[in-house]
Design a protein around this ligand. Structure first.
Ligand code: SF4
Ligand code: SF4
Length: 448
């Protein structure tokens, strides 16, 4: 096993962390697919309002490569297709039947899996609708199934605050994890499985499976950080990656021939009714996960997909395909009386500007940015936390000036969108969003 230490980063010490316990939710009345939340995909619908679906029926395909399909996480009737500006498909909402029916896919026993060819497994994952769980570095697009990747990285724990604990989602699933790794070994001759040294993993499970043990603050456990730390040349920035929980879904599909719909999602944040792991349905409504209805008191923000990398969701929205956390925090946009003179013992700080840096106990955060965007003051705080050493302030400037070559030379493609530079910037510049936009623009330009 290889040990890797990532010095830079930041661990946010805040209240509302989900306990390592699970609480099952009953089956919701409806589920949804959110095509607009899947990066780069151009969806072509295969259903219409009123269509009858089984669990595993095709809902849409990617126009760019129609073999990549997205399946229904529920059996029932398409209740509504919600379009946004420019006819972007935002949601496909499915009203579930009392007795849901399922599509059957080919299944593999352990010995069949051992003898299976790469081509047959690729076909099984494509028709089973889970090819979308693979993402390709450095851009994050769904990879081309016909091209063998240089490596596949499984990240057991990204260490982003409030993501599911490996000890919870892997409990009782050792055989699925082993089967998942065997599937990956058919797809690539180089499979890396990384876990953070502070992560709890069920006893004995790591042995023979984990190839890299990483240490250091968030985002040390990220697949992109591992690639950055292990690559031998700057151009070696291609790899596929998949999360630990998604690998279990993949293994379940191949072993059972059924489209897996169970998701373990964390519910956290100071305003969540409870802080723990929720066993729910892929595409479940957020109020169903939160355990409350949409008539909540205002001034609370729903964040789907992680505190640093997630997005703000409407309270009546749904879990997207990749999301494994729902965090509920105070908005914090109220004006502070004499805020400039307060010592800030209740505000998070990386730069030690506030007295909170002296506190050891977790503190309660809100989503307020406490100020407006100003010009960069070259303080270097963004560089202090950047685990992939791309000098974010300089990459930012070249990206804003449209100097693509210079951004690339700084390491734009190594950025893992961890969000820390934005978090620590005293000038309130959303550096992460600018770099993400520049990377996506470059990728689209390359494809045209
Ligand atoms: S530049 Fe990218 S990797 Fe570095 S801190 Fe910012 S978001 Fe994270
Ligand atoms: S943290 Fe913000 S102000 Fe400081 S160097 Fe980076 S971009 Fe500039």
């Amino acid at each position: 096993m290889i040990s890797i230490h990532s010095k830079k980063g930041f661990d946010l010490n805040i209240t509302g962390s989900p306990l390592p316990q699970t609480s099952p939710r009953e089956t919701p009345v409806c589920v949804a697919l959110l095509p607009e939340k899947i990066p780069f995909v151009k969806p072509r619908l295969k259903i219409k309002e009123g269509s009858q679906l089984q669990i595993g029926s095709v809902v849409f395909e990617d126009k760019r490569n129609p073999v990549i399909q997205f399946l229904s996480p529920g059996g029932g009737t398409v209740r509504e297709i919600v379009f946004g500006p420019r006819r972007v498909i935002q949601k496909v909402i499915i009203q579930l039947d009392q007795e849901e029916e399922r599509v059957s896919f080919p299944s593999y026993t352990d010995s069949q899996l051992a003898d299976a060819s790469r081509a047959s497994l690729v076909e099984a994952i494509l028709t089973g609708g889970l090819w979308c769980l693979f993402r390709e570095l450095p851009f994050g697009d769904i990879p081309d199934p016909d091209i063998e990747p240089p490596s596949i990285i499984v990240s057991i724990d990204s260490r982003e605050p409030f993501q599911p604990h490996p000890a919870v989602y892997l409990k009782g699933k050792a055989d699925l994890l082993t089967a998942g790794i065997k599937i990956l070994e058919k797809l690539s001759s180089s499979v890396h499985v990384s876990i953070h040294q502070d992560s709890d993993m069920p006893a004995g499970l790591a042995k023979g499976i984990v190839t890299h043990r990483v240490s250091g603050p968030y985002p040390a456990g990220d697949a992109g950080v591992l690639l950055y730390r292990t690559k031998k040349a700057s151009a070696e920035n291609r790899a596929w990656h998949i999360s630990g929980q998604d690998l279990l879904l993949l293994a379940e599909l191949i072993r059972t021939g059924q489209y897996p719909v169970e998701r373990i999602v964390t519910l956290g944040g100071s305003l969540a009714r409870e802080q723990l792991h929720i066993v729910t349905r892929m595409g479940a409504p957020l109020p169903h996960i939160a355990g409350e209805n949409t008539g909540d008191p205002p001034r609370r923000r729903y964040i789907v997909g992680g505190i640093f990398r997630g997005y703000i969701a409407e309270k009546d929205s749904f879990l997207d395909l990749y999301a494994t956390s729902l965090t509920i925090l105070p908005e914090g946009d109220e004006k502070e009386l004499f805020g400039f003179a307060r010592p800030g013992s209740d505000k998070p700080t990386h730069s030690r500007t506030f007295l909170s840096s002296l506190k050891k106990a977790p503190f309660t955060v809100d989503c307020g940015v406490h100020g407006e965007q100003r010009a960069c003051i070259n303080c270097g705080y963004c560089d202090d936390v950047c685990a992939v050493d791309i000098l974010p302030q300089f990459t930012l400037k070249s990206a804003l000036a449209g100097e693509v070559e210079e951004s690339l030379a700084h390491g734009l493609l190594d950025c893992v969108s961890c969000g820390l530079c934005t978090f620590v910037c005293p000038s309130k510049i959303d550096i992460c969003a600018v770099l993400k936009g520049a990377r996506e623009a470059y990728y689209k330009e390359m494809q045209d």
